[in-house]
Design a protein around this ligand. Structure first.
Ligand code: NAD
Length: 297
């Protein structure tokens, strides 16, 4: 049955996600601060509105896809909670810090709402295609209807645990990704210096204990994985600035929780350097060129 959905935050990710909700036959009231984003949403079958308050009136589900924790806290505490009907399901799909996710969940719950942190894995292509993976932190009793509400945008939805666990899963997963990518890049740079062909090294590492997602589906040297950004000069893909954001969230969380994450810290420092050198817009696997001393190539 058709649902009434408010979609707040229609950027690179939210635009495609809202379009998929409308495409599935749901009625989508869309709001963003940017007029261009509202125009794109209209073209995709959503109904643009002039405020969050207007968007969330009488809806079944509220979905937010905002830049960071402060935006999420402000929009929920000042504009959604109290304005949306208390029967509405509130789903924040932004990537934010665990603490803010738990704080917002507490505010929502106290006001009688079901809330979930539901950050995504997959980039803008998956957002457009409706093939994102969602990592959900919520009360167990709410999960079935959350999964149903996310379905038009998803290829898989996991309940990670209670509130905040979705964000925890997201930053822990991406910390592995940052670390394995750097390990893969260092190994390729060393292989090259030792006279070992990095393409031959792919054949070996992808079938040996060095194997990881960074090797087999995102190899940072051109050739072996044709779909990897290494084949198009590290254009598109997963921007270094985005990886850096997630690594910073992981380090902040580790400091608060007292977890030892020395490799996560090193990864943050190295991606920070690559970003400072002016490559924040490049795919994160392009850090290989920094390690090779070939940033000008
Ligand atoms: P984006 O900057 O393209 O979009 C964010 C949108 O939110 C913008 O259109 C902005 O105008 C809007 N916005 C900001 N404050 C607002 C407010 N108060 N009210 C209404 N709208 C407001 O960012 P994005 O790439 O779509 O990313 C969104 C979230 O998804 C981030 O948390 C990001 O970390 C996460 N994410 C992004 C990717 C990716 O590949 N881009 C992948 C996974 C997760």
């Amino acid at each position: 049955t058709a649902r009434k959905i408010a979609f707040i935050g229609l950027g690179n990710m939210g635009g495609g996600m809202a379009a998929n909700q409308a495409g599935a036959g749901h009625v989508v009231s869309a709001f963003d601060l940017s007029q261009a984003a509202l125009d794109r949403a209209r073209a995709a079958g959503c109904s643009p509105v002039a405020s969050v308050a207007e968007a969330v009136k009488d809806v079944d589900v509220v979905i937010t896809m905002l830049p960071a924790g402060p935006h999420v806290h402000q929009v929920y505490s000042e504009q959604i909670i109290g304005a949306a009907p208390s029967s509405a399901l509130l789903l924040d799909c932004s990537t934010i810090d665990v603490e803010t996710a738990r704080k917002v969940a507490g505010l929502a719950k106290a006001a009688g709402y079901a809330f979930a942190d539901a950050p995504v894995s997959g980039g803008t292509m998956a957002a457009d295609a409706g093939t994102l993976a969602f990592m959900v932190g919520c009360d167990e009793a709410d999960f079935a209807r959350i999964e149903t509400a996310l379905e038009p945008m998803s290829r898989a939805t996991f309940r990670a645990g209670d509130h905040g666990a979705g964000q925890a899963a997201k930053i822990c997963n991406n910390m592995i990704l940052g670390i394995t990518m750097l390990g893969t890049c260092e190994a390729i740079a060393l292989a090259e210096k030792l006279g070992l062909d990095p393409v031959k090294f792919f054949d070996i590492a992808s079938k040996s204990s060095g194997q990881s997602w960074s090797v087999t589906t995102y190899y940072p040297w051109p050739g072996p994985v044709p779909t990897a950004p290494s084949n198009r000069n590290y254009d598109g893909g997963f921007a270094t600035a985005m990886m850096l954001k997630d690594l910073k969230l992981a380090q902040d969380a580790a400091a608060r929780a007292g977890a030892a994450t020395p490799l996560g810290a090193q990864s943050e420092a190295l991606f920070q350097l690559f970003d400072r050198l002016g490559y924040g817009g490049r795919d994160f696997s392009g850090i290989l060129q920094m390690l090779r001393g070939r940033l000008d190539d």
